[in-house]
Design a protein around this ligand. Structure first.
Ligand code: T5A
Length: 212
């Protein structure tokens, strides 16, 4: 079976993931790579339905219920989109994945990391990312960018300053624990400079068409 490559982008609010994913996907496609661009929560019709529940209404979920909903969406996404793409040799570039649950529901909302790792083991299994790019910047800069762009902030963007600081610490701790998988990218400079750092990391870590 041909196995594709699985790249995830992570970071706090407004870190520039969508912007950088679009650029990376363009470059990879220009080099002849089949790329599936996707996102979480979401990425399949049933997972997008769960995304609406999570982002656009405040149902006052318990942190564990919230994590279970993210994992329900992830289970659907893996089955419908990610695993079939990897199995046919495509590259999957995904905006957020399990590290977001670890950072937001774990470091941010205080859910036990061991519980999240048990869910990850059950749902994600061996479909782990080959490379995770963590776009790092001060939360106030990211939130400023995100709210400058949209009419209304979503539920997570409205959380407290300390919540967003815990997220940043969480993502950096995740990177420190898995340096062979994660690359931390300084996301504060302009788009072009960040894109160069992203592509350098993809080339160095994954090679293949990215090295051509
Ligand atoms: N969530 C998700 C959990 O709590 N648990 C989970 O398990 C998962 C999977 C998803 C929310 O769900 C939470 C996390 C999130 O809160 P979302 O709408 O998908 O919500 O939100 P985000 O993933 O945070 O995405 P955003 O669209 O808000 O931010 P991006 O994609 O990181 O940033 P981007 O590229 O849209 O850029 C934001 C603005 O900044 C500008 C862009 O033009 C844009 O206007 N910009 C820059 N400006 C200056 N310099 C640069 N280098 C710039 N790069 C981009």
């Amino acid at each position: 079976m041909t196995i594709g490559r699985f790249i995830t982008f992570e970071g706090g609010e407004g870190a520039g993931k969508t912007t950088q994913i679009a650029r990376l996907v363009r470059v990879l496609r220009a080099r002849g790579v089949e790329v599936v661009q996707t996102r979480e929560p979401g990425g399949s019709p049933s997972a997008e339905a769960v995304r609406d529940l999570l982002l656009h209404a405040d149902h006052g979920w318990e942190p564990l219920s919230e994590a279970l909903l993210h994992y329900a969406a992830r289970c659907e996404h893996l089955t419908a989109t990610i695993r079939p793409a990897l199995a046919r040799g495509a590259w999957v570039v995904c905006d957020r994945f399990s590290d977001s649950t670890r950072a937001y529901q774990g470091f941010g909302l205080g859910l036990d990391i061991g519980t999240l790792e048990a869910l990850e083991h059950m749902v994600v299994g061996s479909t782990r990312p080959d490379l995770t790019l963590i776009l790092d910047l001060p939360p106030e800069v990211g939130l400023g960018r995100a709210t400058g762009r949209k009419a209304a902030a979503d539920r997570y963007e409205r959380m407290s300053e300390t919540f967003h600081s815990r997220l940043r610490e969480g993502f950096l701790a995740i990177a420190a624990r898995a340096p062979e998988r994660c690359a931390v990218i300084d996301a504060e400079p302009g788009e072009e400079q960040v894109a160069e750092a992203v592509f350098r990391a993809v080339r160095e870590r994954l090679g293949g068409p990215a090295a051509a």
